[in-house]
Design a protein around this ligand. Sequence first.
Ligand SMILES: [Mg+2]
Length: 280
Amino acid sequence: MLNPNYQLMIFTDMDGTLLDHDTYSWQPAIARLSQLKLLNIPVICNTSKTYAEVTQLHQSLSLDAPFIVENGSAIFSPAPKNSSSQKPIPDNKALHQLGSKRAEILQLLTQLRQQGYLFEGYSDWSLEQIIQHTGLTKQQAQESATRIYSEPLIWLDSEAKKQEFIQQVNQAGFSALQGGRFLSVQGQCDKGQALNWYKEQFEKDKQKPVITVALGDSANDIAMLEAADVSVWIKSHKAFPSLKKSKQVFTSSKLGPDGWQQTMAHILHLYSTDQLVKLS
Ligand SMILES: [Mg+2]
């Protein structure tokens, strides 16, 4: 039996969480995703991926909830079924935008490079180089290059220089968040702010309180896991980042989608036996 007083809502990171870090497979989580669909529990992708990438993944995974792109930069409604992800990106169609325009971000990065900071990013790379850095297929790499709110970088200098760079980015009114592969330079937004915006809209529209569950594997998921009622660290090849919150925090013992389906089974059990509480 599901708790009729609350709507459970899942916010999930993609790379290294619902998708395997290396192969991008979601196979181990398929049965659990079908179960969530039957229970009318929405699964909201909250990812550093682009609108085009998530639109494609939505079709492959049969997802139909709104989704959050480019590390909390914007929230979109799902595209109509079978629509091509190669169409121009409807940035004016976002339900809500929290991020900054990529042109402004690239302008800042040009200035910082002139000051001697060493990095490379999507805007420096050919499609072939994007494929080398990500392991994506050609079509996926094209979709991942259609960014409107962020620039993923690899850092080419010391950790100390990287911290100095992040400080400069912050002072200029932007932010730099570390994901599993890339350091993302973007507006002053994060996955947590986007989760809160969507949850509040939903609660206002449906007049029903939401218990939020967030699943992630990297530092760029910290804000989302701090904002959620139930927080899940999916095991990766790095240590679990630490959270300020301690209530309803879980960790998976398996990697990526195996860990996703494992912890989701546990959370659904807790939810159906009324053992989850709303914290925020
Ligand atoms: Mg990740």
